[in-house]
Design a protein around this ligand. Structure first.
Ligand code: DAH
Length: 375
């Protein structure tokens, strides 16, 4: 009897003194484990007479229960304490100032993409995206560039898999399920124009979207890299005409180049997916021997654009008698070069730290129209 009380006192004291979870577990095993002191007492019940067992049974079982409860309670307390210690050490003071000069810079291409998104958001355009691994139908056929069209050859396309002349086209308008079951030839998109098709086939008009992103062509020299960046714009609504296109591009280029004296010149051109098509030149002047956008001492081509071809509208399931639209596309890298005065496109993709530090933008300077796009 005294033994039992002493055992209880000692066991409970050891549990209460356990400084951490391993110590507590050791105390638990010493009492309740297979070879434990309390377990040994429980085993003695088997050898007792019924009368003895009636007296001892409740005492021993009571001891076991109190020990088990003490272990559980201590465990909870230790776990809570451990959590508090962890919370205290992992605390982060969000009010502390940032390092004065963060190391990295924002690449000019990312900066210009942010600037473009900001300018067009102000005009009510949403940003649309599409896959860089595109199928032939979205990249060409739906844009009125059928299999035999010479524009395909001009795009220097990277195809996946078999020969570029094999494979069949599929289109939602050429027979529904039959089209869907045909194999699709995949390629790296050669322009951002397929995002037009994706926008028109996935959302009901009216639409106002821009689609910045990477495009790929098998071409490489001082002014061409196999991967480069384009931005596509698309507006679909009722009663849209060339005047809307001209105003939009003028407003965009003035905001982007941050000059009110930006002058545009629209020249008739040809793109399979627009009719009429126009190429847009922007006027430049020469300041200190350098060309700067603004004025009209000379002209530089900056954009391709036009009214969305009725065939493209129809291919995307829109009725050209009800819906019209304009589209435009241009190279983001070139816009960046013109705005920030870089002259070698290849440097954009070299990853040279000196170049990045020189031309990069501070990570926390988000371009806004009100705060100045590039300042
Ligand atoms: N996709 C054309 C290219 O890569 C650029 C372009 C021209 C896009 C005219 C357009 C457009 O949306 O209307 O050369």
């Amino acid at each position: 009897m005294a033994d039992l009380d002493q055992l209880e006192t000692e066991t409970l004291a050891r549990i209460a003194d356990a400084a951490d979870l391993p110590a507590l577990d050791a105390a638990r095993v010493a009492a309740l484990g297979k070879q434990g002191s309390v377990s040994a007492l429980l085993k003695t019940l088997g050898g007792m007479t019924p009368v003895q067992r009636q007296a001892e049974g409740p005492r021993i079982n009571g001891l076991r229960e109190r020990v088990a409860a003490a272990v559980a309670e201590r465990k909870e307390a230790l776990e809570a304490a451990a959590l508090n210690v962890r919370l205290a050490t992992e605390r982060l003071d969000m009010t502390l100032p940032l390092a004065a000069s963060p190391r990295g810079t924002v690449h000019p291409v990312s900066q210009v993409m942010d600037e473009l998104a900001e300018v067009f958001a102000d005009l009510g355009f949403a940003v649309a995206t599409g896959p860089e691994i595109e199928d032939d139908w979205h990249n060409f056929t739906a844009l009125n560039i059928p299999e035999s069209h010479p524009a395909r050859a001009m795009h220097d396309t990277f195809y996946f898999g078999d020969s570029p002349t094999g494979g069949e086209q599929s289109s939602p308008s050429d027979g529904g399920s039959a089209a869907a079951s045909r194999p699709k030839r995949m390629l790296l998109r050669t322009h951002t124009s397929p995002v037009q098709v994706r926008a028109m086939t996935s959302q009901p008009p009216p639409l106002r979207v821009i689609a910045p992103g990477r495009v790929y062509r098998s071409d490489s020299d001082a002014t061409h890299t196999p991967m480069f960046h384009q931005i596509e714009g698309l507006v679909i609504d009722r009663g849209i005409h060339l005047g809307h296109l001209k105003w939009t591009l003028e407003t965009f280029l003035r905001a982007f180049f941050e000059r009110d004296d930006v002058v545009l010149r629209l020249r008739p051109s040809y793109f399979p997916f627009t009719e009429p098509s126009v190429e847009v030149d922007v006027g430049y002047s020469v300041e200190n021997g350098r060309r700067v956008i603004g004025g009209a001492e000379g002209w530089m081509e900056v954009l391709g654009s036009g009214m969305v071809h009725p065939k493209v509208l129809r291919e995307c399931g829109l009725d050209p008698d009800e819906w019209q639209g304009f589209a435009f596309g241009t190279g983001i890298d070139r816009l960046a070069m013109l705005k920030y005065g870089m002259d070698d496109l290849r440097a954009f993709f070299d990853g040279d730290l000196r170049w990045l530090r020189h031309y990069g933008f501070a990570a926390l300077d988000v371009p806004t129209l009100s705060g100045g796009l590039s300042s």
